[in-house]
Design a protein around this ligand. Structure first.
Ligand SMILES: CCC(=O)SCCNC(=O)CCNC(=O)[C@H](O)C(C)(C)COP(=O)(O)OP(=O)(O)OC[C@H]1O[C@@H](n2cnc3c(N)ncnc32)[C@H](O)[C@@H]1OP(=O)(O)O
Length: 307
């Protein structure tokens, strides 16, 4: 029997509700903190909205590479409260990008990011507000790190404080000549709180991380390469040239269907974060999504030789 208009509308509405519910559940799974941790996200967002300025812009290219721009060049791309909220919104958008394969994060005006906006920091300089801001940023940066996209921080100029922490939430870092990553927190009487310490230990090891955080010294491209903090020093220092180089570098790894590239990132994320048995189970599940899939079947027909 054919559906009536009302039945179709009800069915569409139910689908929409279900999709929204699944999306919210997915975000909760990816997040570290929620109401159970005494964390009220909506209240914090209202507070963050009071510190306005700058923007976080996302452009999704046809080649499956997203370009995320930290845009507050007047303050060396320092993170205002509204930029923190916008970063969360852009991450949600990227989580739902079916055709996405890679992501490049860079700063406007030839510099990466000078950390949190010190004007906002001064206004919320009590312990509880600080921890709430940390929970918000850890949630967002953990979701960023777990995106099924291969991510690169393109470091031009300075990546200081929270800016240095943000680079560690990407899979890779590329630096331009003269650029600098610096965990300046000690000089501000702080430690990283956006997850930068935990991630740095995993990238460079605990000894080097201890030196970088307790020395608070700048890391130039040469030292970053030596430490394994950066993959490569690009040759261009200007924005257009550096972006082109970063895209070319990333496209070595994003060649191929989005389903397969995303599956690659998912199994690596599981290996990086989970105990081995849980990682193996996740790998089996992800394998099930590509085995017998279109890319796999086409390859079987082509029978390519991998010489
Ligand atoms: C998560 C916790 C954290 O992020 S704690 C770390 C916070 N960040 C910092 O302490 C960095 C402070 N800034 C600096 O050290 C310098 O501005 C750096 C980044 C080295 C750039 O120096 P330089 O190239 O000489 O530029 P500048 O100092 O003249 O800066 C231009 C304008 O931008 C501003 N700016 C810079 N960083 C911030 C920031 N984080 N928050 C707020 N404003 C910032 C400067 O004050 C300066 O503004 P203005 O032109 O003096 O009005």
């Amino acid at each position: 029997m054919p559906f009536t208009v009302t039945e179709m509308a009800v069915s569409l509405w139910k689908n929409l509700l279900q999709t929204t519910k699944e999306r919210i559940l997915q975000q909760r799974r990816m997040s570290l903190y929620n109401g159970a941790h005494g964390y009220d996200e909506e209240l914090l967002k209202k507070k963050l909205q009071q510190f306005a300025g700058g923007s976080i812009n996302l452009s999704k290219e046809d080649n499956g590479i997203g370009i995320l721009t930290l845009n507050n060049p007047k303050l060396m791309n320092a993170f205002t409260g509204t930029m923190m909220v916008e970063l969360q919104e852009r991450v949600t958008e990227l989580e739902n990008w079916k055709d996405g394969k890679g992501l490049i994060i860079y700063g406007a005006g030839n510099t990466f990011c000078s950390g949190s906006d010190l004007n906002a920091v001064k206004a919320i300089s009590n312990s509880q507000d600080g921890m709430n801001m940390c929970m918000f940023m850890q949630n967002t940066l953990t979701r960023l790190m777990r995106l099924p996209l291969i991510s690169v921080a393109l470091v031009q100029g300075k990546a200081f404080g929270g800016g240095a922490e943000l680079t560690t939430a990407c899979d890779f870092r590329l630096m331009t000549p003269g650029s600098e990553i610096r965990f300046v927190h000690k000089h501000m009487g702080l430690v990283p709180g956006w997850g930068g310490a935990a991630r740095l230990v995993r990238i460079v090891g605990s000894g080097a991380a201890l030196q970088l955080l307790s020395g608070a010294a700048g890391v130039d491209p040469e030292r970053a390469l030596h430490l394994g903090l950066s993959e490569e020093t690009l040759s261009s220092s200007d924005e257009t040239g550096a972006l082109e180089e970063a895209q070319a570098w990333l496209s070595q790894y994003t060649e191929g269907p989005a389903t397969v590239i995303q599956a690659v990132k998912k199994v690596v994320t599981a290996g990086r974060e989970l105990p081995v048995e849980a990682a193996l189970r996740t790998e089996k599940d992800v394998f099930g999504t590509v085995w017998g899939g279109p890319a796999n079947l086409q390859a079987l027909v082509r029978r390519p030789k991998h010489k």
